[in-house]
Design a protein around this ligand. Structure first.
Ligand SMILES: [Zn+2]
Ligand SMILES: [Zn+2]
Ligand SMILES: [Zn+2]
Length: 252
């Protein structure tokens, strides 16, 4: 299965509007970060984790032709505002797209995207998706998917495990029962916002501490703020850990 980083930025994106810092004004494209999302593809199937604000641009850049399902981590704006762009895929695929998330997440989507669910005389320009509340492990296109609860400040966020790969973003604490579900990974994608801790996100040191406990074979950090310059940060990270960047594809 292939994992493509559509976006690796924090909620503000990098560059940040109006910021003149060395990362925001960098010429290195690896310091250009759209809001965080990945695409998982295997055979004919493509699954999106989160529908970031720049979904349309991300799909154009990465030549995404198909989205069979969306898994949502939570309902913060940077992870869901691309849902309207699913209509491009509705048009091409001529199907509704299932959108999975915790009960709380799908309830929030129902409220925030109320126009999608209202019957109107012309439904032509609206996205068509079906909300699928999750409750424990589920199967999708032959994948066995394990949802894992993690904490994002005081809010619960859903991480997703596919066999030996897990995507864990927007996290500041992983409860012990969830740590147990994240053991034995080949690839961990983990939130590491900036050098120092944040109330709702891991800083680099806390993220490295989690990696040392879980011992995945490889780790890629995501949801990155403008504080972290790509090359300088990568040069300092321990073996087996790197910052991801927009457009990076890895086998998992
Ligand atoms: Zn976020
Ligand atoms: Zn900046
Ligand atoms: Zn968030």
């Amino acid at each position: 299965m292939k994992v493509t980083f559509l976006g690796t930025g924090t909620s503000y994106g990098v560059p940040m509007i109006g910021c003149g810092c060395s990362v925001c004004t960098s010429d290195n494209p690896k310091n250009f970060r759209t809001r965080s999302s990945i695409l998982i593809s295997e055979g004919e199937y493509c699954i999106l984790i989160d529908a970031a604000t720049e979904l349309r641009i991300q799909c154009l850049k990465n030549k995404v032709k198909k989205v069979d399902a969306v898994l949502l981590t939570h309902s913060h704006a940077d992870h869901i505002l691309g849902l309207d762009d699913l209509r491009h895929f509705n048009r091409n695929q001529k199907t509704n797209i299932p959108v999975y998330g915790s009960v709380e997440t799908v309830n929030n989507i129902y409220k925030m995207f109320s126009y999608v669910f209202e019957e109107t005389s012309s439904n032509g320009s609206k996205p068509k998706f079906t909300l699928k509340p999750i409750n424990g492990m589920f199967n999708l296109f032959g994948f066995e998917i394990i949802p894992v609860d993690v904490m994002h400040g005081g809010e619960k966020v859903t991480a997703y495990r596919f066999d030996k790969f897990a995507y864990v973003t927007d996290v500041s604490f992983i409860p012990p029962a969830s740590m147990a579900k994240l053991k034995g990974l080949d690839l961990l994608i983990l939130d590491a916002l900036r050098m120092y801790p944040h109330e709702k996100h891991f800083g680099i040191e806390q993220a490295i501490d989690i990696v040392n406990k879980l011992k995945p074979r490889q780790t890629l950090f995501t949801h990155i703020a403008h504080d972290l310059e790509h090359e300088k940060t990568n040069n300092k990270l321990p073996m087996g850990i790197k910052l991801a960047y927009d457009g990076l594809s890895v086998e998992a």
